[in-house]
Design a protein around this ligand. Structure first.
Ligand code: SAM
Ligand code: SF4
Length: 359
């Protein structure tokens, strides 16, 4: 698929010295909400509040990572201001992500503030679960109703291999704490990797069934150079579905959580099994989201390098949200029609790691 937006190599000059256009009529619907040039409504933001993480998942980060200096990272007040501007422009859902969002001090404070924004329907979080035994209850109290927890394996030694430093026991404790706290929905996210965890898809699904929670299987995306190719470990949703069908009855569902996952139900259980298939079932036509990194880069598309840096606008105009809103509306005009990860698995064109964009 052709990338119809501005290419990054022709655009970088605009990133930091962005001058808001005087008119952004094509980026804003008559009702004041955000709409891109392909007519897609943007109602959902994914806000990364830190690039740091207590894991180093092999598919997400390089082994040696250099993290951003503090001065280049959005303050939590700046994160809140960005969320407030988007909600003022019709965004109804905010996902807080990272890096690992719960390693950022006062993340729960931010969630509580975002939850109170007028017009917001829900604030949710994606976490690796390592800190959840401490934070599950405070998150629920802050107004978070649903939570996504990443879990790629149930084997401790393999968990250590995949995350390089993670401790599975802590994550399983975190899942227990989330269940005990009583979130309305808990979903596991599993990145599928041939030869690394594909022999556990059935066990992971059974675990979700036993816990009464959902699970989504994600096709790995080529974001960032991770030191080894991804083509050999690529595993498609279709193959995973076939594998699960050898054990479970799976009924197709029209249910949606407003995201790209297509869901299947396991009868007589509370579990929905989702597949997020950026390769095999490209979901760009119905894309409703944009992403903001911890350094304030607003990426209208996960699979492209185009971005506008909101940080200078935030800091140069501390009392005026208008330039920020204009920049956001302008970004709707450069949202790419779609991504194309095919053929990029061993040579990613998107150079930033997933930990920058937050999934
Ligand atoms: N640290 C948190 C976590 O792991 O849930 C939040 C950030 S993480 C970047 C968000 C999601 O992106 C996780 O579910 C992770 O498994 C997924 N992810 C990371 N790199 C990926 C990749 N290359 N392809 C597909 N999913 C990826
Ligand atoms: Fe950290 Fe999440 Fe990336 Fe793993 S997937 S390294 S937990 S940000």
């Amino acid at each position: 698929m052709r990338n119809e937006s501005l290419k990054s190599d022709s655009f970088p000059a605009a990133l930091n010295g962005f001058v808001p256009p005087t008119s952004a009529a094509t980026s804003k619907h008559a009702d004041g909400t955000l709409i891109d040039k392909y007519g897609r409504h943007v109602t959902y933001i994914r806000l990364s509040i830190t690039d740091r993480c207590d894991f180093r998942c092999t598919y997400c980060m390089a082994e040696e990572m250099t993290f951003l200096p503090r001065s280049q990272v959005l303050t939590l007040e700046e994160c809140l201001r960005i969320a407030r501007c988007f909600v003022g422009l019709g965004v109804t859902k905010v996902r807080v992500t990272g890096g690992e969002p719960l390693v950022r001090p006062n993340a729960v404070w931010l969630m509580a503030q975002i939850a109170q924004l007028e017009g917001l329907r829900e604030v949710v979080i994606t976490t690796n679960g390592s800190q959840l035994d401490r934070f599950a209850q405070p998150l629920l109290d802050a107004g978070v109703k649903r939570i996504n927890i990443s879990l790629d394996t149930l084997r401790a030694d393999r968990f250590k291999e995949i995350t390089r430093i993670g401790d599975l026991t802590k994550v399983l404790r975190g899942i227990d704490a989330a269940k005990a706290a009583g979130f309305s929905r808990i979903k596991l996210n599993t990145v599928m990797m041939r030869g690394r965890n594909d022999d556990e898809f059935i066990d992971l699904t059974q675990y979700a069934v036993d816990q009464g929670i959902d699970i989504a299987f994600i096709e790995e995306m080529p974001l960032g150079e991770i030191g080894h190719g991804r083509q050999s470990t690529y595993f498609s949703s279709e193959e995973a579905l076939k594998r699960l069908q050898t054990r479970f009855t799976l009924l197709p569902s029209t249910e949606t959580t407003g995201g790209p996952a297509r869901y299947w139900l396991i009868p007589d259980t509370q579990t929905r099994v989702g597949f997020i298939s950026p390769h095999s079932h490209n979901f760009c036509d119905s894309c409703n989201r944009v992403r903001i990194t911890a350094q304030g880069d607003l990426y209208p598309c996960l699979g492209n390098n185009d971005a506008i840096n909101l940080l200078p606008l935030l800091r140069d105009h501390p009392d005026d949200d208008e330039p920020l809103k204009q920049a956001i509306m302008h970004t709707m005009g450069i949202k790419a029609k779609g991504h194309d990860f095919t053929g990029q698995m061993d040579s990613p064109q998107v150079i930033r790691f997933m930990s920058m964009t937050g999934g």
